[in-house]
Design a protein around this ligand. Structure first.
Ligand code: M6R
Length: 616
């Protein structure tokens, strides 16, 4: 998704803008650009492709001493990913430049109107339309601030936008509606950005913009102001200090962020449990957590989970534990489907929106719909201060730290931990006795994972070499391993571009098994749980059709693998049967990682994908 950075302060702006854009690369992009004001003139430099292309162009620019500017990484929505469509976009009269993340839904209507009044456009973007609209409004407005607001009031859709104009050379204007944007407050300097890493080397003090607010930075040496979009009334807000530093957003010596994030899952599990799984068995799990009153009850009568992608798979996994341990009926829905139905939500039913970024447009819309329908809305997010976290009636944080790789890994692991704890928490409130054996094993999970990961990586590397030539893959699982099969398939396709499908193993015989042949391998999850024997039968059905199989399994109580035979018999350590998923998940992630790396793919930024999907 697009990344925005703006700066006003006492240092040369362009190097800061480019540095900030590098820290936003994880969001995915196909072109980039910067704009700054020098000697009273607006300069724009942009390039298609990687940031290095922009840097190469900037190297040929005359010395840039401007201390104010905006920058952007674009993830194409309107128009092809080429330089003409890259941001910043100029208003045709050259009076201002803007960068934008999101979609202006009524851009065609606005474009037709502006064309009729004489505007011409050089790009296919909705952003250029917005730039021209601001310029038009400036003819009627008494100030740049008012023109900016008047134009934005006419825009429908979602946006985060930043603007510079020679009329006010040291000032950056910015605004948000359903897309992330925040201010970084330094000493004598301010930033606006889509995310904290863009300016974290310079300040940890942050002001979160709310929907329908305008920010103005840089008037009077590093100052910042907020205004309401509708009436330009000033808004006061305190700064928030961000706890994590840039170190945690670096690769720690690993080749990619993804492998770093996979390997840090033992710590993620430990930190996710910190303060939530008390050592004292007399105290409750999630003790002190504050969840809203749910129609007078402290446990929902029913729960609807809404999420997308990996977070959806985590929700599907968590549903069976929320039912089993929490005693709550749970439905799990893809957020983009939920939001466009008129879902019937029962009295006492709560909605739980799961999202790593907390900015996924469909999940945010699903949460808002639940609130409109008067239901309690809970959030399960990783990014503190994100839109979902702020709009939910209550939020549980996964505490996984920044996830930079586009492919979600440690976030899912942490979502699973919190869902399991939530199930135990609600179960206790419904009078079910908590499973102290399970909690004891959960406390031991970080050490178990830590010990298992190096061998897992070796097996993954070996299996990846053998199977990277496959053109299609099945992933099969039952019970809690079914959502993991979906996740394994999602990871393989998004990273290595190999076609992969996840199936509930019992469904194979209803059609998909027709595809099995020696060139169509299967990755089967046969963990030591109540579904093991059934999985063994499903694996045999695949093998009877000459299908090659990788089996992810665990030894039986005698330390044996029993009757299981496979092309790759991948042994995970034994553990409490309810926790086996926490070992299987990194194995699936590692396999996809190693295949993609072996094939030379862009692991951290797979093609066509964005980290934070803030458009529908
Ligand atoms: O930030 P979210 O958890 O809401 O993101 C949801 C999906 O976009 C995300 O999980 C996506 O599927 C990942 N690329 C999967 O690796």
């Amino acid at each position: 998704m697009c990344g925005i950075i703006g700066y006003s302060g006492h240092r040369p702006a362009v190097p800061l803008l480019v540095e900030g854009l590098h820290h936003l690369e994880y969001r995915g992009y196909d072109s980039s650009g910067v704009s700054f004001i020098q000697a009273g003139k607006l300069h724009v430099v942009k390039a298609a492709g990687r940031l290095s292309a922009l840097e190469a162009k900037l190297a040929h620019e005359p010395v840039m001493i401007s201390t104010c500017g905006i920058g952007h990484t674009r993830w194409a929505t309107h128009g092809a990913p080429e330089e003409r469509n890259a941001h910043p976009h100029l208003a045709r009269g050259g009076s201002l430049a803007i960068v934008h993340n999101g979609i202006i839904e009524n851009f065609q209507e606005l474009r037709d109107e502006l064309t009729a009044s004489g505007c011409t456009f050089v790009s296919d973007t909705d952003t250029e339309v917005l730039a021209c609209l601001i310029e038009e409004e400036r003819k009627r407005a008494s100030s740049l601030l008012e023109a900016f607001a008047r134009a934005l009031r006419r825009a429908r859709g979602a946006y985060a936008v930043a603007m510079v104009a020679p009329e006010e050379p040291g000032t950056v204007y910015a605004a948000r509606l359903s897309a992330p944007l925040l201010i970084g407050v330094g000493t004598g300097e301010c930033f606006v950005a889509s995310d904290v890493p863009a300016f974290l080397n310079y300040t940890r003090d942050v002001v979160f913009l709310e929907d329908g607010e305008i920010a103005r930075i840089g008037r009077g040496g590093g100052s910042w102001e907020l205004f309401r979009l509708d009436d330009l009334a000033p808004v006061s807000r305190a700064t928030t200090r961000i706890a994590w530093d840039m170190q945690s957003a670096c690769k720690d010596g690993y080749k990619h962020f993804m492998i770093k994030e996979i390997m840090e899952q033992p710590r993620v599990v430990a930190e996710c449990m910190a303060g939530r799984v008390p050592a004292d068995p007399a105290r409750d799990v999630l003790d002190g957590v504050s969840l809203p009153e749910l129609d007078g009850m402290d446990v929902p009568r029913r729960l609807r989970i809404v999420a997308c992608g990996t977070s959806y798979n985590a929700g599907l996994w968590g549903a069976r534990f929320l039912e089993k341990f929490g005693g709550i009926p749970v439905d799990v829905e893809i957020a983009s489907e939920f939001r466009y139905r008129d879902p019937l939500l029962e009295e006492g039913e709560a909605v739980l929106a799961i999202s790593q970024s907390g900015e996924t447009a469909d999940t945010l819309a699903a949460l808002r719909l639940a609130k409109e329908k008067g239901r309690a809305a809970l959030g399960l997010c990783n990014v503190v201060g994100s839109s979902i976290a702020r709009e939910a009636d209550a939020v549980l944080y996964t505490q996984a730290g920044p996830e930079i790789s586009v492919a979600s890994t440690k976030a899912m692991c942490s979502q699973m931990v919190v869902l399991l704890l939530l199930a135990l928490y609600w179960g206790k409130r419904r009078g079910k006795k908590d499973d102290s054996a399970l909690l004891t094993h959960l406390r031991g999970l970080p050490a178990l994972l830590e010990g298992a990961l190096p061998a897992m990586r070796e097996t993954a590397t070996h299996a990846a070499r053998t199977y990277s030539g496959a053109r299609s893959f099945f992933y099969l699982g039952r019970g809690p391993s079914y959502p993991l099969a979906l996740e394994g398939a999602l990871k393989l396709k998004e990273l290595s571009y190999i076609h992969a499908e996840g199936y509930a193993a019992g469904e194979m015989k209803h059609g998909p098994i027709a595809l099995i042949d020696p060139d169509f391998p299967t990755f089967a999850l046969a963990l030591r749980d109540e579904f093991f024997a059934k999985m063994v039968s499903n694996i045999e059905q695949v093998q009877a059709r000459q299908g090659r199989v990788i089996v992810l399994t665990q030894p039986d109580s005698c330390g044996e693998c029993g009757d299981l035979h496979a092309d790759v018999l991948w042994m995970l350590p034994s553990c409490h049967s309810e926790l086996a998923s926490f070992l299987a998940l990194p194995a699936l992630q590692l396999f996809s990682y190693e295949v993609a790396d072996y094939l030379g793919k862009d692991v951290d930024q797979p093609r066509n994908l964005a980290k934070s999907v803030t458009v529908e």
